[in-house]
Each structure stands twice: as structure tokens, then as C-alpha cells.
Design a protein around this ligand. Structure first.
Ligand code: PHE
Length: 454
């Protein structure tokens, strides 16, 4: 860290190296991997989507995580402060507003799905998810999600739980919980994965997910995969930046970025390998959309010996994984309100929660009474999802990569990536190259392609 950018001592820091990685993984791993990845992959042709997704994770995702880490730890600030400290006269800090809007939009629709998870946790626990056929699971979920009250109430309850955890501060709650829960979730996914591979049409499912049909790669697949990469890695909105501002000086940024991306990707791929064999075996359409996973998973659990226990445990862990993600997205606006607007943490957290409760209710009702209310042909839920993931996050990523690649002092980049020269970081040139050229051109080309300009 350059000398003029010393951390204000009052800011909390993560106690351990593992703590730093576990919390960024805790932010990254969530419904994005287990719920959103399979439905996006299913809707966009399976293997073709997967290939583009992997390409974006490695060529754009990892460098952009590094950029966010560099800015966050280098300035010990939230997204606004980071841009302002490094470019006091520039307008770069405006990217912070993209982050705030994106984080609130995501928190709103994400809480709805997290609410579904809580409902399914309760239903598993009381044995109400034991149904005779796939068709029953379909109807069951449909009746629940289109009914107005229950999904909305769960959304609100989820946001209230998120609120309580946020009030307890940064390091305590999050760090401890992530350390235990993420490995547990991982083990559970591995077990389900092995089970899915024994299903009748496992090979069809795996083929669908892993075999790229190049003719299917078009602008929607590219934009969808880019958006999914950003969403899944919690990138482009300053989330990783805020977390990195709590890293200690010994955390190796390159290693943490790569670990986070790899673990996140493994979880997404595992989840695909769990879902698609089941999709083909039970005759569900891979293009079912946001409801896909909730219709298919219970069928998988039903076939497992001791299914009730597995499914209860799974929905509980998925709920926890969602919480560690919503906590991280909430921290963006909370850090903004407290550090930029000088609000108390309590007030900032209440404000964040109230906004998300109002918008979250609209998203929850998108499957029920607001189903016909469309803006640009999309319900509130899909609009928030589409705009945040496919437009705002990649735009935030474009800005941060240009800023880190071209604007800031190269010394800050080097100092941060090598912890002030305390070790050699061989891939520095590669990260710099990707930030300067690959990420900005890649994101711009996908944007131009999707609006039909190329
Ligand atoms: N990455 C999280 C997930 O995959 C979602 C998220 C997006 C979290 C943006 C924070 C910020 O579930």
C-alpha cells in the first residue's frame, strides 16, 4: 500500500487469511450458483452457455476481482471513497451509484428466491415435500409461488433476518458462519452430484451441460453468460471492493481472487451436474426458467434414502448461503450511507432493509397478482434480474477494469498484488493485460453485439 493511503485505524479487519477467503466465497457462493446458473444454462442451450461462462470467469472475472481487491484494500474505502481517493477530480466515483442501484435491485429479487428456500426448508422439515411424481412437484411449487401472501411474507421475513445479522457488525457474525457453512454445503453438493450421476438419463444431462454446440452461441447467450459470471462472482458493484477494504495487509490478493473464482465455479458446475441429469430423467424442460431448480430438486431428494433429512439440510444450507450473499450486497449501500452520508449504522441498515422490503414485495408478487404487469415485456422480478446482472454489473466491471488498468498509478497495482513487494507475483503482467485490454474490449463487444450493433 502506498504511504498516503494508510487505513483509518477505526475500520474493522478480518482476523485471519481463511476469514478473508471464506467471506468472499460466502458472498460469491449463493443462489447465483445453485439457482441462477442452472436456469440460465438451461435457457441458453447448456454447453454453449457453459463454455462462454467459463471463458468470461477466467478472462474477465478473475482480473476484475483483482481490480476490486486492489482498489478496496488500497484505499480502505467503500466504492465511492475508493474512486475519489484515487482520482479526486475525476467523475469515476459515479460508478458507485451503479453499485448502489444494482445492489438494491439484486437484494430485492434475491430475497424472494431466498424466501422460497425458507418455505422449502420448512416444508421439507414437516414432511410436506414428499410427493408422488414430478408433475406434483411442479404443481406444488406453482401453487406456492403464484399465491400472493406466502412468498411475500417469506421475502419480508428473510429481509428481517438479514437486518438482524447486519446490525451485529462486519467481522463477528459473517466470518464465523461462513467458515463452517460453506464447506458443509460443498460436501452436500458433492453427495448429490454423485447421486444424480446414477440417474437413468444422467448421461443426457451431462452431455447437455458439457457439450458445447457452437451454433447456439449468439448475442443472448454471450450476454447471459457475461451477466451470470458477474452475478455469480458478486462483481461490478463494489461488493468485493468493500470486502477487500477489510482485508489485512498479508492477504494475497491474486491468490484470494483465483480461489474465490475457482470455488465459485466448482459450485455452479456441481449444481449443474446435479440438476440436468434430473431434468432429463424426470422429463422437465431445461428452459423452465427461475422455477426450474425448485421443481427439480425435491424430486431428486425424494429418490434418495432418508430424503427428508437431505432436503431439510440442503435448504437450510442454501438459505445460509443466501444470507451470506445478501449480507455482502447490503454492505454496499450501508457503507455508502454510513461513510459517505454519515448516517448511523442502525439508520443505514434500516433504510437499506425498508427499500428492499418494498421492492422485494413487488418482485414476490411478480409470480402472482403482478404477473401481468410488465415493463419492457418483463415482470418486476425479471426486470430487476436482467437489468442488474446483464447491464449494471458488466458496466461496473467495465469501469473498474479501465480505472485499474489505465488510470491508477501502476505502483499501487504492483504494491497491492505483491503486498508491497514481499513476494513475487508472476501473473502481474497477465492481470494488467486483461484489465487493460481483454476485459474492456470483451464487455464492450458483448454489449454492442446484444444491441445489434455488430
Ligand atoms: N454472487 C452471489 C450469488 O451467486 C450474488 C451476489 C451478487 C452477491 C452481487 C453480492 C453481490 O449468489
Amino acid at each position: 500500500m502506498s504511504n498516503d493511503l494508510k487505513p483509518p485505524t477505526s475500520r474493522a479487519q478480518f482476523a485471519t487469511k481463511i476469514g478473508a477467503i471464506a467471506t468472499t466465497v460466502g458472498s460469491a457462493v449463493g443462489l447465483g450458483n445453485i439457482w441462477r446458473f442452472p436456469y440460465e444454462a438451461g435457457a441458453h442451450g447448456g454447453g454453449a452457455f457453459m463454455l462462454c461462462y467459463l471463458f468470461f470467469i477466467f478472462s474477465i472475472g478473475i482480473p476484475v476481482i483483482c481490480a476490486e481487491f486492489i482498489l478496496g484494500r488500497g484505499t480502505r474505502s467503500n466504492i465511492f471513497g475508493a474512486y475519489r481517493k484515487l482520482s479526486p477530480n475525476g467523475k469515476w466515483y459515479l460508478a458507485g451509484y451503479i453499485g448502489i442501484v444494482a445492489s438494491i435491485m439484486i437484494l430485492s429479487f434475491y430475497s424472494v428466491v431466498a424466501g422460497w428456500t425458507v418455505e422449502y426448508f420448512v416444508q421439507s422439515a414437516i414432511g410436506a415435500l414428499d410427493l408422488p411424481s414430478q408433475q406434483h412437484y411442479h404443481t406444488h411449487f406453482d401453487e406456492f409461488s403464484t399465491g400472493n401472501w406466502r412468498p411475500m411474507i417469506w421475502t419480508l421475513i428473510f429481509l428481517a433476518m438479514n437486518f438482524v445479522i447486519l446490525m451485529r457488525g462486519v467481522t463477528k457474525g459473517i466470518e464465523k458462519a461462513s467458515n463452517v457453512l460453506m464447506p458443509m454445503l460443498f460436501i452436500l453438493l458433492l453427495i448429490f452430484c454423485i447421486n444424480s450421476l446414477t440417474l437413468d438419463k444422467a448421461s443426457e444431462g451431462v452431455y447437455f451441460l458439457l457439450h458445447p454446440d457452437f451454433s447456439k452461441i449468439d448475442s443472448t447467450v454471450l450476454l447471459g453468460a457475461l451477466g451470470q459470471a458477474f452475478f455469480s462472482l458478486s462483481l461490478g458493484l463494489g461488493c468485493m471492493m468493500t470486502y477487500a477494504s477489510y482485508f489485512n495487509d498479508k492477504t494475497r490478493l491474486g491468490r484470494s481472487a483465483t480461489m474465490t473464482a475457482i470455488l465459485d465455479t466448482i459450485v455452479a458446475v456441481l449444481s449443474g451436474i446435479i440438476i440436468f441429469p434430473a431434468v432429463f430423467t424426470f422429463g422437465v424442460s431445461p428452459t423452465a426458467g427461475p422455477t426450474l431448480v425448485f421443481e427439480v430438486l425435491p424430486s431428486i431428494f425424494h429418490k434418495l434414502p432418508g430424503g427428508v433429512i437431505w432436503s431439510t439440510l440442503f435448504f437450510l444450507l442454501l438459505f445460509m448461503a443466501s444470507l451470506s450473499s445478501t449480507i455482502s450486497m447490503s454492505e454496499i449501500s450501508i457503507a455508502f450511507f454510513t461513510e459517505e452520508k454519515k448516517m448511523s449504522r442502525r439508520k443505514a441498515t434500516i433504510l437499506n432493509t425498508v427499500i428492499a422490503m418494498v421492492l422485494g414485495s413487488l418482485c414476490a408478487l411478480s409470480f402472482g397478482c403482478l404477473g401481468d404487469f410488465k415493463i419492457f415485456g418483463m415482470t418486476f422480478f425479471s426486470l430487476f434480474d436482467y437489468v442488474s446482472s446483464n447491464i449494471l454489473l458488466p458496466t461496473g466491471g467495465l469501469i473498474v477494469s479501465i480505472f485499474a488498468g489505465w488510470v491508477i498509478d501502476k505502483k499501487l497495482l504492483r504494491d497491492q498484488m505483491t503486498n508491497n513487494g514481499s513476494f513475487r507475483f508472476k501473473a502481474l503482467w497477465l492481470i494488467t493485460f486483461c484489465l487493460r485490454y481483454v476485459a474492456p474490449t470483451g464487455i464492450t463487444l458483448v454489449f454492442l453485439d446484444s444491441i445489434g450493433l455488430i
